[in-house]
Design a protein around this ligand. Structure first.
Ligand code: ACO
Length: 322
């Protein structure tokens, strides 16, 4: 065995993110009863540890980032079998990307997480809610909240959640939280059990309004994230639809755009835009070639970009092929 290799860890494998539902009265360190934990790894750690995503100097390294599932109060801990004196400094490297108020005392974290489990409520203006038929969501209602950075309690919450953008969205950076123009839509799961209502963080989208000549705005979706345990259950589509409905109802918004969409997002966006345009009869009697005027008119009516409308027309035409 290459003896050097055992001192090198892949940073995305070494980091464990844990979402903790800490039910008060349950469990201690050796007895996890009362703690419901969902664990997963980040997808990207290169913005923190560099292109190679490697950490040097530890054998069997584990970096644990625990988050209370609703309030996102967090705790940092790490473990390893052996450490070289020249080992990379992990906390110092990660610090700028982690919540400012992250703690390293696990007992204190459990206490706070138990308190938050009962008392945490989402911040901002509630926009709407829906139920999901995903497995295990029978007692859940999913709620959207709209925030800006001056929304009470939001700035603190944002400082906790922004590391997820780094971990799960390629090329994401920490956004300027002093710019009051940002709009953020949060998605929470409200669970009703044993006469108690508790909240889990599900995902979010942040958007920035750009000027659209002469007197309107182009709303640009910047970061869009559904947390891993909730992905592929329709929540991303619900979030996208809720934003689109909102943009359509706001006169000042002329167009919705997306910053650097990845393939999964583009698939989700296409599916939802196609469904919507289909429901409005836009593809009726569609034949190639589609005139430029038609694309412009549909884009204006439905507040989509011309590029996205052209893409939907293309998909609709392909759908009609045998
Ligand atoms: N691979 C391929 N297609 C996907 C995937 C995937 N991993 N996830 C969703 N889709 C597409 C599918 O077409 C799916 O329809 P189907 O289920 O009928 O096949 C459709 O999206 C809708 O699926 P949802 O369940 O609504 O999507 P989800 O809730 O998982 O949200 C999202 C999709 C936002 C991409 C989510 O998986 C996620 O947050 N991923 C990690 C972060 C990320 O990639 N964010 C987008 C970056 S781009 C940006 O921020 C602007």
């Amino acid at each position: 065995m290459n003896s050097l290799k055992q001192w090198v860890a892949n940073s995305s494998e070494a980091v464990n993110i844990r979402l903790v539902k800490a039910v008060p009265g349950g469990g201690s360190d050796d007895d996890d009863e009362g703690e419901d934990i969902i664990e997963f790894n980040p997808v990207f750690t290169y913005p923190i540890f560099g292109e190679q995503e490697q950490i040097f100097g530890y054998k069997d390294l584990m970096i644990n980032l625990e988050f209370a599932s609703g309030s996102l109060t967090s705790c940092f801990s790490m473990g390893y079998k052996e450490k070289k004196p020249t080992a990379d400094k992990i906390y110092a490297t990660m610090k700028d990307f982690l919540p400012e108020d992250i703690i390293d005392n696990h007992d204190l974290f459990t206490q706070i997480a138990q308190r938050d489990y009962i008392s945490f409520k989402p911040m901002g203006t509630k926009v709407s809610e829906y139920r999901s038929n995903a497995e295990g969501a029978e007692n859940s209602v999913f709620e959207f909240y709209q925030c800006k950075f001056d929304t009470p309690r939001f700035l603190e919450f944002h400082k906790r959640m922004q590391c997820f953008a780094i971990f799960f969205i390629e090329g994401a950076s920490i956004i300027e939280d002093t710019d009051e123009k940002w709009e953020i839509r949060l998605l929470f799961e409200r669970v009703s059990e044993n006469g108690q209502e508790t909240y889990n963080f599900v995902g979010y989208c942040n958007m920035y309004p750009y000027f659209y000549y002469p007197d309107q705005i182009r709303m640009r979706i910047s970061q869009f994230l559904i947390m891993p345990p909730y992905q592929q259950q329709g929540h991303g589509s619900r979030l996208y639809q809720s934003l689109y409905t909102d943009f359509c109802s706001r006169k000042e918004i002329r167009e919705m755009t997306v910053e650097d969409p990845n393939e999964e997002f583009s698939d989700m966006r296409d599916k939802n835009d196609m469904k919507h345009l289909d429901s409005k009869g836009v593809f009726k009697d569609l034949q190639a070639p589609v005139k430029k005027d038609r694309i412009e008119q549909v884009a204006e009516t439905y507040k989509l970009t011309k590029r996205q409308v052209a893409r939907c027309f293309e998909l609709a035409l392909l759908r009609n092929l045998d």
